[in-house]
Design a protein around this ligand. Structure first.
Ligand code: SAM
Length: 661
């Protein structure tokens, strides 16, 4: 009997498959190996090698052997490939695929079929194939991308999500058309944004029933006929999202050119430790500097620290005796490989300029480094006005005991009523600002000193009010950032254009999140939008999962942690369910999309601390995405940013300038 079956199988391959022109030896060998009789109902076993489809349970069919071979050949499945089959039915095609490819996933909407198929494959010992019960019309985003996707059921059109789950170079084979006859189509992904279709001839399949396919009765509930309000949200997002190529592809930054006519472009991040957020912003920044005349890069770092990078890219000397930059926790936020490379590139860019007018500068908006700023103000005055330096020393004297640990100052100030300290630092700040305004032509030396004096004044107040808790200290910090940006724009003249790098929680309009709605907090995105209206573009960034550089506690050591897959009730999950690896979305560009996305969902915020154990309460907050951002950039999977090791320091400058390691 066994011999008989085997010879019938060989005959089937020769007469039905080889004779019709299929030549791939690996495929033919696989078909000679898989016992098709194990995949058909027992009472039909004797017909297993007939040249036809056969009925299986749930009113479905096992495809004709030749069709299985045709689809696998068309999909050019090869050794090592990762393959998805939608409509696994009996599991036969998946079994043949598993003898050729490295890893096979099959999805079947009938649970009973899926379970039977899974058992059969396990019995045969085919351990590189997994059968999942569910709707596969949207593919299998969790396992994407695939080298090949085969769909064993007909659609009225090709589901976008399936196309996007192909690797570049990957092939999707799917029957497309009406009820009676369909065209077998092969769609090849030729780049991140382009696909090519080949028509392989007429076929006849059962309907692909599901969210991205047809209705239960097989009628065309095709998405084109469904109004936006009836579409699943991920599909609506996928329709409007623009796929992005890999970050180092020139097409990536180019996709942001549409924002280049704004005066201020703010680039966010959903964590302070994600490589892709840094790399994407660096790519956009390079392009906007080189092609669109942006000369201000203002970041969520302290002024005196960023000034070291500014001097480096502007070919200025390091400030003698300056304390090393970016020594404060969290060091990886700016001392990382992406920022170091960007600094080198901007330095090279500035070197090629004929004069200083178009020189690009790098500035810090934040307020923590009080001691760095005090020493910068004093150094400036020592050089330019020793008498004024004496006065400044006295004024800052009351802060001296607390410079190393300004947070202690807050507690002491509260108990002793440190009004004199406040007045002194405010007076110093006012004086330098007035001079900076009066002597505009002094160049960046005076502006730098004035901005440091502002930082000291803001930091004094910040550390003092931090002890009250509540929104006030956050608001002071973001107001300081917004004002610093305005000073910069002002100082560089009416044509100056700025890029801002800061966390989503700073640049996404606070009125659209719990921050503004529930906690009374504002942020730089909101303040600048209120003032500059359409001249500003707020661009948020997000991810589903991956790894992140972070710490468990403030001042803790640097760790790499896994980012949990996003929650089901989050915007991140909606983006993940599009099946697209990278995209940019303008959430308010289409009214129907805006309305659907305006129903609040959770959004994840990871700062420098990440606590997956309490993720819901530590990191998620409610938001209204289309009001928060003008655009949202998606990376489905991301990795931890690489902190700078000594060997990565910009090599050609002595004393490890500008990072001062
Ligand atoms: N390749 C299968 C085999 O070798 O037995 C034959 C599959 S049969 C022609 C098509 C299968 O697609 C049916 O079992 C049907 O239930 C399944 N199907 C239809 N729509 C589906 C969907 N949205 N997701 C998963 N399976 C689906």
């Amino acid at each position: 009997m066994a011999v008989d079956i085997e010879s019938r199988r060989k005959r089937m391959v020769d007469r039905q498959v080889v004779a019709r022109g299929i030549r791939d030896p690996v495929l033919l060998e696989a078909m000679r190996m898989v016992p098709r009789e194990a995949f058909v109902p027992e009472n039909l076993a004797e017909f297993a090698y007939d040249d036809s489809p056969l009925p299986i349970a749930e009113g479905q069919t096992i495809s004709q052997p030749f069709i299985v071979a045709t689809m696998i050949e068309a999909a050019e499945v090869g050794p090592g490939d990762k393959v998805l089959e939608v409509g696994a039915g009996s599991g036969y095609a998946a079994a043949v695929l598993s003898r050729i490819a490295g890893r096979v996933f099959g999805i079947e909407r009938h649970r009973s079929l899926a379970e039977a198929a899974e058992k059969r494959l396990a019995r045969l010992g085919y351990d590189n194939v997994t059968i999942i019960a569910g709707d596969g019309s949207g593919g299998l985003p969790d396992e994407a991308p695939f080298d090949a996707i085969l769909v064993a059921a007909r659609g009225a059109e090709v589901p976008e999500a399936l196309k996007r789950q192909l690797k570049v170079g990957g092939r999707l084979v799917i029957p497309v058309g009406g009820e009676d006859v369909q065209d077998l189509c092969r769609i090849t992904r030729i780049s991140e944004t382009r696909w090519e279709t080949d028509d392989l001839g007429p076929v006849r399949f059962v309907p692909l029933i599901g969210t991205y396919g047809l209705a239960e009765d097989g009628s065309r509930a095709a998405k084109d006929h469904r109004p936006a309000r009836d579409l699943p949200l991920p599909e609506l997002v996928a329709r409007h999202a623009e796929p992005l190529p890999e970050i180092d592809h020139p097409g990536f930054a180019e996709a942001f050119d549409r924002f280049a006519d704004h005066r201020i472009v703010m680039l966010g991040e959903a964590s302070h430790g994600t490589h892709e957020f840094y790399a994407a912003r660096a790519a956009i920044t390079r392009r906007f500097v080189e092609r669109h005349g942006f000369t201000i890069i203002a970041v969520e770092a302290d002024w005196p620290d960023a000034a070291a990078i500014d001097r480096y890219i502007g070919h200025g000397p390091a400030r003698p005796g300056a304390p090393p930059s970016f020594q404060r926790f969290p060091t990886w936020m700016w001392r990382n490989t992406v920022v170091a490379q960007l600094a080198d590139d901007l330095r090279a860019y500035n070197a090629k300029l004929a004069g200083p007018a178009r020189r690009v500068g790098f500035y810090g908006l934040d307020i923590y480094n009080m001691s760095g700023s005090i020493s910068a103000v004093l150094a400036y005055l020592d050089q330019t006005d020793p008498e004024a330096a004496k006065v400044a020393r006295e004024r800052y004297g009351c802060l001296t005991p607390w410079q190393a640990e300004p947070s202690v100052y807050g507690r002491v100030a509260l108990s002793r009523g440190y009004a004199e300290c406040e007045q002194a630092v405010v007076a110093q700040c006012r004086e330098l600002l007035e001079r900076a305004l009066a002597e505009r032509d002094d160049g960046d030396g005076l502006l730098d000193a004035a901005m440091n004096a502002r930082l000291v004044a803001s930091a004094e107040r910040y550390y003092r009010i931090m002890y009250y808790g509540g929104a006030e200290s956050w608001n002071l910090r973001d107001s300081h950032m917004a004002e610093t940006l305005e000073y910069l724009l002002d100082a560089k003249g009416p044509d100056a254009k700025a890029l801002v790098w800061a966390h989503n929680s700073h640049i996404g309009d606070a009125r659209a999140t719990d921050m503004g709605a529930a906690r009374g907090e504002h942020n730089i995105g909101q303040l600048i939008r209120e003032k500059f209206a359409d001249e500003v573009a707020l661009i948020g960034f997000g991810t589903h999962t991956g790894t992140v550089t972070c710490a468990t506690d403030w001042d803790g050591h640097t760790e790499t942690k896994r980012v949990l897959p996003s929650r089901r009730d989050s915007y991140e999950r909606v983006c993940h369910d599009t099946g697209m690896p990278r995209f940019v979305l303008r959430p308010a560009a289409d009214e129907a999309l805006r309305r659907r996305l305006a129903e609040p969902l959770l959004e994840r915020f990871i700062g420098v601390i990440y606590r997956p154990e309490t993720e819901r309460w530590s990191h998620y907050s409610e938001a209204v995405l289309p009001a928060q951002f003008d655009a949202y950039v998606w990376f489905d999977e991301t990795r931890a940013v690489t902190p700078l090791a000594e060997e990565h320091l910009p090599g050609h400058v002595p004393d490890t300038y500008p990072f001062g390691l």
